[in-house]
Write a protein that binds this ligand. Sequence first.
Ligand SMILES: NC(=O)c1ccc[n+]([C@@H]2O[C@H](COP(=O)([O-])OP(=O)(O)OC[C@H]3O[C@@H](n4cnc5c(N)ncnc54)[C@H](O)[C@@H]3O)[C@@H](O)[C@H]2O)c1
Length: 303
Amino acid sequence: MGLLDGKVAIVTGAGRGIGRGEALLLASHGASVVVNDVGGEWDGTGTDDRPAAQVVDEIAAAGGTAIANGDDVADWGGAHRLVDAAVEAFGDLNILVNNAGILRDGMSFNLDEEAWDSVIRVHLKGHFAPTHHAARFWRERSKAGHDAPRRIINTASESGLFGNAGQANYSAAKAGIASLTIVLARELAKYGVTVNCIAPRARTRMTAGTFEGFGEAAEGAFDEWSPDNVAPTIGFLASDAASDITGQVFVVWADRVHLMNGWSLDNTVERGGQRWTIDELIDAKDELFADHDPGAPPMGFGQ
Ligand SMILES: NC(=O)c1ccc[n+]([C@@H]2O[C@H](COP(=O)([O-])OP(=O)(O)OC[C@H]3O[C@@H](n4cnc5c(N)ncnc54)[C@H](O)[C@@H]3O)[C@@H](O)[C@H]2O)c1
Protein backbone atom coordinates (compact mmCIF):
# COMPACT_ATOMS: atom_id res chain seq x y z
CA MET A 1 0.00 0.00 0.00
CA GLY A 2 1.47 3.37 -1.02
CA LEU A 3 0.78 6.49 1.03
CA LEU A 4 -0.52 8.20 -2.11
CA ASP A 5 -2.25 5.28 -3.84
CA GLY A 6 -5.10 6.44 -6.06
CA LYS A 7 -4.00 10.10 -5.97
CA VAL A 8 -3.34 12.10 -9.12
CA ALA A 9 -0.54 14.67 -9.01
CA ILE A 10 0.85 17.38 -11.27
CA VAL A 11 4.41 18.54 -10.66
CA THR A 12 5.43 21.55 -12.73
CA GLY A 13 9.03 21.96 -13.81
CA ALA A 14 9.55 18.27 -13.00
CA GLY A 15 12.01 17.49 -15.77
CA ARG A 16 14.99 18.51 -13.66
CA GLY A 17 16.21 19.52 -10.23
CA ILE A 18 13.86 19.66 -7.26
CA GLY A 19 10.69 18.96 -9.29
CA ARG A 20 12.17 15.79 -10.74
CA GLY A 21 12.80 14.42 -7.24
CA GLU A 22 9.27 15.38 -6.21
CA ALA A 23 7.68 13.62 -9.20
CA LEU A 24 9.75 10.46 -8.63
CA LEU A 25 8.93 10.34 -4.91
CA LEU A 26 5.19 10.99 -5.34
CA ALA A 27 5.06 8.25 -7.99
CA SER A 28 7.02 5.83 -5.80
CA HIS A 29 4.32 6.24 -3.15
CA GLY A 30 1.55 5.37 -5.58
CA ALA A 31 0.46 8.69 -7.11
CA SER A 32 -0.16 8.91 -10.85
CA VAL A 33 1.95 11.86 -11.92
CA VAL A 34 1.84 14.42 -14.72
CA VAL A 35 5.46 15.43 -15.26
CA ASN A 36 5.26 18.95 -16.62
CA ASP A 37 8.29 20.73 -18.05
CA VAL A 38 8.99 22.99 -21.02
CA GLY A 39 12.59 21.85 -20.85
CA GLY A 40 13.98 25.36 -21.19
CA GLU A 41 17.31 26.82 -20.15
CA TRP A 42 17.79 28.11 -16.61
CA ASP A 43 17.01 31.65 -17.83
CA GLY A 44 13.74 30.59 -19.48
CA THR A 45 14.94 30.46 -23.07
CA GLY A 46 14.31 27.48 -25.34
CA THR A 47 12.22 24.33 -25.06
CA ASP A 48 13.04 20.63 -25.02
CA ASP A 49 10.59 17.77 -24.45
CA ARG A 50 13.30 15.29 -23.41
CA PRO A 51 13.71 16.16 -19.68
CA ALA A 52 10.02 15.50 -18.92
CA ALA A 53 9.99 12.34 -21.07
CA GLN A 54 13.09 11.06 -19.29
CA VAL A 55 11.48 11.46 -15.84
CA VAL A 56 8.37 9.66 -17.10
CA ASP A 57 10.63 6.82 -18.27
CA GLU A 58 12.36 6.70 -14.87
CA ILE A 59 9.00 6.53 -13.09
CA ALA A 60 7.79 3.76 -15.43
CA ALA A 61 11.04 1.82 -14.98
CA ALA A 62 10.48 1.92 -11.22
CA GLY A 63 6.95 0.55 -11.67
CA GLY A 64 5.11 3.86 -11.33
CA THR A 65 2.59 5.68 -13.51
CA ALA A 66 3.27 9.00 -15.23
CA ILE A 67 2.70 11.01 -18.38
CA ALA A 68 4.67 13.95 -19.74
CA ASN A 69 3.30 17.41 -20.42
CA GLY A 70 5.28 20.16 -22.14
CA ASP A 71 3.00 23.12 -21.59
CA ASP A 72 4.27 26.48 -20.37
CA VAL A 73 2.75 26.89 -16.89
CA ALA A 74 2.59 30.66 -17.29
CA ASP A 75 0.44 30.40 -20.41
CA TRP A 76 -3.23 30.57 -19.42
CA GLY A 77 -4.33 28.06 -22.07
CA GLY A 78 -1.28 25.88 -21.45
CA ALA A 79 -2.05 25.71 -17.73
CA HIS A 80 -5.62 24.72 -18.60
CA ARG A 81 -4.34 21.94 -20.89
CA LEU A 82 -2.06 20.77 -18.08
CA VAL A 83 -4.94 20.36 -15.62
CA ASP A 84 -7.08 18.75 -18.33
CA ALA A 85 -4.25 16.32 -19.14
CA ALA A 86 -4.27 15.02 -15.56
CA VAL A 87 -8.03 14.57 -15.53
CA GLU A 88 -8.16 12.97 -18.99
CA ALA A 89 -5.32 10.53 -18.26
CA PHE A 90 -6.13 9.63 -14.67
CA GLY A 91 -9.73 10.72 -14.05
CA ASP A 92 -9.08 13.26 -11.28
CA LEU A 93 -6.60 15.70 -9.77
CA ASN A 94 -5.60 15.66 -6.09
CA ILE A 95 -2.17 17.25 -5.83
CA LEU A 96 -0.78 20.29 -7.65
CA VAL A 97 2.89 20.99 -6.96
CA ASN A 98 3.82 24.37 -8.43
CA ASN A 99 7.58 24.27 -8.82
CA ALA A 100 8.66 25.48 -12.28
CA GLY A 101 11.00 28.44 -12.25
CA ILE A 102 13.73 30.43 -13.95
CA LEU A 103 16.29 33.05 -12.96
CA ARG A 104 17.28 36.37 -14.52
CA ASP A 105 19.31 38.05 -11.77
CA GLY A 106 20.53 41.64 -11.71
CA MET A 107 20.62 44.69 -9.46
CA SER A 108 17.54 46.90 -9.73
CA PHE A 109 19.46 49.54 -11.68
CA ASN A 110 20.57 46.93 -14.24
CA LEU A 111 17.49 44.71 -14.59
CA ASP A 112 15.74 45.38 -17.88
CA GLU A 113 12.01 45.12 -18.56
CA GLU A 114 12.33 41.70 -20.17
CA ALA A 115 14.20 40.25 -17.18
CA TRP A 116 11.56 41.65 -14.83
CA ASP A 117 8.58 40.47 -16.89
CA SER A 118 9.87 36.97 -17.63
CA VAL A 119 10.66 36.09 -14.00
CA ILE A 120 7.42 37.54 -12.65
CA ARG A 121 5.57 35.70 -15.41
CA VAL A 122 7.07 32.23 -14.96
CA HIS A 123 6.97 32.23 -11.15
CA LEU A 124 3.94 34.29 -10.17
CA LYS A 125 1.63 33.71 -13.14
CA GLY A 126 3.14 30.22 -13.52
CA HIS A 127 1.88 29.46 -10.00
CA PHE A 128 -1.45 31.19 -10.40
CA ALA A 129 -2.53 29.89 -13.83
CA PRO A 130 -2.43 26.13 -12.98
CA THR A 131 -3.89 26.95 -9.57
CA HIS A 132 -6.80 28.84 -11.15
CA HIS A 133 -7.69 25.95 -13.45
CA ALA A 134 -7.27 23.35 -10.69
CA ALA A 135 -9.40 25.45 -8.32
CA ARG A 136 -12.18 25.72 -10.90
CA PHE A 137 -12.08 21.97 -11.43
CA TRP A 138 -12.15 21.24 -7.70
CA ARG A 139 -14.98 23.70 -7.06
CA GLU A 140 -17.10 22.04 -9.74
CA ARG A 141 -16.28 18.56 -8.38
CA SER A 142 -17.11 19.66 -4.88
CA LYS A 143 -20.43 21.21 -5.95
CA ALA A 144 -21.24 17.95 -7.76
CA GLY A 145 -20.80 16.14 -4.45
CA HIS A 146 -17.32 14.68 -5.03
CA ASP A 147 -15.21 15.23 -1.94
CA ALA A 148 -11.57 14.18 -1.88
CA PRO A 149 -8.32 15.35 -0.30
CA ARG A 150 -6.89 18.11 -2.48
CA ARG A 151 -3.52 19.77 -2.19
CA ILE A 152 -1.59 22.68 -3.62
CA ILE A 153 2.07 22.96 -2.70
CA ASN A 154 3.81 26.09 -3.93
CA THR A 155 7.49 26.85 -4.21
CA ALA A 156 8.81 30.13 -2.86
CA SER A 157 12.38 30.91 -1.87
CA GLU A 158 14.17 32.45 1.06
CA SER A 159 15.04 35.15 -1.46
CA GLY A 160 11.33 36.02 -1.38
CA LEU A 161 10.91 35.64 2.37
CA PHE A 162 13.91 37.83 3.26
CA GLY A 163 14.62 39.87 0.11
CA ASN A 164 17.90 39.14 -1.69
CA ALA A 165 19.93 41.95 -3.26
CA GLY A 166 20.37 41.25 -6.96
CA GLN A 167 17.06 39.39 -7.30
CA ALA A 168 14.37 42.09 -7.30
CA ASN A 169 12.27 40.22 -9.87
CA TYR A 170 12.73 36.79 -8.27
CA SER A 171 12.30 37.97 -4.66
CA ALA A 172 9.15 39.91 -5.53
CA ALA A 173 7.67 36.90 -7.36
CA LYS A 174 8.56 34.50 -4.54
CA ALA A 175 7.19 36.84 -1.85
CA GLY A 176 4.03 37.02 -3.93
CA ILE A 177 3.87 33.22 -4.00
CA ALA A 178 4.13 33.04 -0.19
CA SER A 179 1.30 35.56 0.13
CA LEU A 180 -0.74 33.85 -2.59
CA THR A 181 -0.45 30.64 -0.56
CA ILE A 182 -2.27 32.23 2.37
CA VAL A 183 -5.00 33.73 0.17
CA LEU A 184 -5.59 30.37 -1.51
CA ALA A 185 -5.62 28.53 1.82
CA ARG A 186 -8.47 30.81 2.94
CA GLU A 187 -10.38 30.67 -0.36
CA LEU A 188 -10.19 26.96 -1.10
CA ALA A 189 -10.64 25.42 2.36
CA LYS A 190 -14.33 24.79 1.74
CA TYR A 191 -13.46 22.63 -1.29
CA GLY A 192 -11.14 20.41 0.75
CA VAL A 193 -7.98 22.01 -0.62
CA THR A 194 -4.99 22.68 1.62
CA VAL A 195 -2.42 25.13 0.27
CA ASN A 196 1.12 25.25 1.58
CA CYS A 197 4.45 26.56 0.39
CA ILE A 198 8.05 25.45 0.60
CA ALA A 199 11.22 27.49 0.22
CA PRO A 200 13.86 24.91 -0.73
CA ARG A 201 17.64 24.96 -0.82
CA ALA A 202 19.37 22.55 -3.17
CA ARG A 203 22.17 22.05 -5.62
CA THR A 204 20.56 22.35 -9.05
CA ARG A 205 21.57 24.14 -12.22
CA MET A 206 19.69 27.15 -10.80
CA THR A 207 22.04 27.47 -7.83
CA ALA A 208 25.19 25.87 -9.25
CA GLY A 209 26.27 29.13 -10.82
CA THR A 210 25.14 31.35 -7.92
CA PHE A 211 26.57 29.82 -4.76
CA GLU A 212 30.02 28.51 -3.96
CA GLY A 213 30.27 25.29 -1.99
CA PHE A 214 27.31 23.55 -3.62
CA GLY A 215 29.55 20.60 -4.38
CA GLU A 216 28.89 16.91 -4.18
CA ALA A 217 29.08 15.31 -0.72
CA ALA A 218 32.17 13.39 0.29
CA GLU A 219 32.02 9.66 -0.33
CA GLY A 220 29.62 8.05 2.16
CA ALA A 221 28.55 11.38 3.71
CA PHE A 222 24.96 12.67 3.70
CA ASP A 223 24.53 14.89 0.62
CA GLU A 224 23.01 17.97 2.29
CA TRP A 225 22.50 19.79 -1.00
CA SER A 226 20.85 17.00 -2.95
CA PRO A 227 17.65 18.27 -4.60
CA ASP A 228 16.04 14.97 -3.61
CA ASN A 229 16.11 16.03 0.07
CA VAL A 230 13.16 18.35 -0.63
CA ALA A 231 10.67 15.77 -1.93
CA PRO A 232 9.72 14.03 1.35
CA THR A 233 8.23 17.28 2.68
CA ILE A 234 6.10 17.50 -0.49
CA GLY A 235 5.00 13.89 0.07
CA PHE A 236 4.14 14.66 3.69
CA LEU A 237 2.09 17.76 2.75
CA ALA A 238 0.36 15.75 -0.01
CA SER A 239 -0.57 12.94 2.34
CA ASP A 240 -3.79 12.52 4.28
CA ALA A 241 -1.78 13.07 7.48
CA ALA A 242 -1.42 16.76 6.50
CA SER A 243 -5.14 17.43 5.98
CA ASP A 244 -5.14 20.04 8.80
CA ILE A 245 -2.01 21.90 7.62
CA THR A 246 -2.74 24.89 5.39
CA GLY A 247 -1.42 28.38 4.69
CA GLN A 248 2.04 27.44 6.00
CA VAL A 249 5.53 28.16 4.69
CA PHE A 250 8.46 25.79 5.30
CA VAL A 251 12.15 26.25 4.53
CA VAL A 252 13.34 22.79 3.46
CA TRP A 253 16.85 21.46 2.83
CA ALA A 254 19.27 18.76 3.91
CA ASP A 255 17.83 17.03 7.01
CA ARG A 256 15.82 20.12 8.06
CA VAL A 257 12.25 21.32 7.83
CA HIS A 258 11.91 24.84 9.23
CA LEU A 259 8.37 26.06 9.93
CA MET A 260 8.35 29.80 9.21
CA ASN A 261 6.27 32.59 10.66
CA GLY A 262 5.59 35.55 8.35
CA TRP A 263 5.10 39.19 9.07
CA SER A 264 4.34 39.62 12.74
CA LEU A 265 3.67 42.64 14.90
CA ASP A 266 6.77 43.95 16.64
CA ASN A 267 5.86 47.26 18.22
CA THR A 268 3.14 49.94 18.25
CA VAL A 269 2.96 53.62 19.12
CA GLU A 270 -0.47 55.20 19.53
CA ARG A 271 -1.35 58.89 19.45
CA GLY A 272 -4.49 58.48 21.57
CA GLY A 273 -7.52 59.23 19.38
CA GLN A 274 -5.76 61.83 17.21
CA ARG A 275 -3.83 61.88 13.94
CA TRP A 276 -0.05 61.95 14.32
CA THR A 277 2.00 64.91 13.13
CA ILE A 278 5.37 64.37 11.46
CA ASP A 279 7.15 66.06 14.39
CA GLU A 280 5.39 63.79 16.88
CA LEU A 281 6.41 60.70 14.87
CA ILE A 282 10.01 61.94 14.86
CA ASP A 283 9.78 62.24 18.65
CA ALA A 284 8.20 58.76 18.93
CA LYS A 285 10.82 57.12 16.67
CA ASP A 286 12.92 55.65 19.51
CA GLU A 287 9.82 54.24 21.20
CA LEU A 288 8.62 52.66 17.91
CA PHE A 289 12.03 51.13 17.25
CA ALA A 290 12.72 50.06 20.83
CA ASP A 291 14.58 46.71 20.54
CA HIS A 292 14.19 46.81 16.75
CA ASP A 293 17.01 47.72 14.34
CA PRO A 294 15.68 50.41 11.95
CA GLY A 295 17.96 49.19 9.12
CA ALA A 296 17.20 46.53 6.50
CA PRO A 297 16.47 43.22 8.26
CA PRO A 298 19.04 40.42 8.08
CA MET A 299 19.01 38.03 5.11
CA GLY A 300 18.03 34.61 6.44
CA PHE A 301 17.74 33.20 9.91
CA GLY A 302 20.02 31.53 12.42
CA GLN A 303 20.17 27.78 12.03
N1 LIG B 1 17.67 25.22 -6.04
C1 LIG B 1 17.46 25.99 -4.98
O1 LIG B 1 18.30 26.08 -4.05
C2 LIG B 1 16.19 26.78 -4.89
C3 LIG B 1 16.09 27.73 -3.86
C4 LIG B 1 14.91 28.42 -3.71
C5 LIG B 1 13.85 28.19 -4.58
N2 LIG B 1 13.98 27.28 -5.59
C6 LIG B 1 12.85 27.08 -6.47
O2 LIG B 1 12.64 25.70 -6.69
C7 LIG B 1 12.03 25.52 -7.98
C8 LIG B 1 12.80 24.48 -8.76
O3 LIG B 1 14.08 24.99 -9.06
P1 LIG B 1 15.36 24.07 -9.37
O4 LIG B 1 16.44 24.57 -8.51
O5 LIG B 1 14.99 22.65 -9.34
O6 LIG B 1 15.69 24.57 -10.86
P2 LIG B 1 15.84 23.77 -12.25
O7 LIG B 1 16.25 24.79 -13.26
O8 LIG B 1 16.71 22.57 -12.06
O9 LIG B 1 14.37 23.25 -12.56
C9 LIG B 1 13.33 24.11 -12.94
C10 LIG B 1 12.54 23.45 -14.06
O10 LIG B 1 11.42 24.28 -14.39
C11 LIG B 1 11.22 24.21 -15.80
N3 LIG B 1 10.48 25.39 -16.26
C12 LIG B 1 10.92 26.66 -16.33
N4 LIG B 1 9.97 27.46 -16.82
C13 LIG B 1 8.88 26.68 -17.06
C14 LIG B 1 7.58 26.94 -17.56
N5 LIG B 1 7.21 28.18 -17.91
N6 LIG B 1 6.71 25.92 -17.67
C15 LIG B 1 7.08 24.66 -17.32
N7 LIG B 1 8.33 24.35 -16.86
C16 LIG B 1 9.20 25.35 -16.72
C17 LIG B 1 12.63 24.15 -16.37
O11 LIG B 1 12.65 23.63 -17.68
C18 LIG B 1 13.35 23.26 -15.34
O12 LIG B 1 13.37 21.90 -15.73
C19 LIG B 1 11.99 26.90 -8.62
O13 LIG B 1 10.71 27.49 -8.43
C20 LIG B 1 13.03 27.67 -7.86
O14 LIG B 1 12.80 29.06 -7.89
C21 LIG B 1 15.13 26.58 -5.76
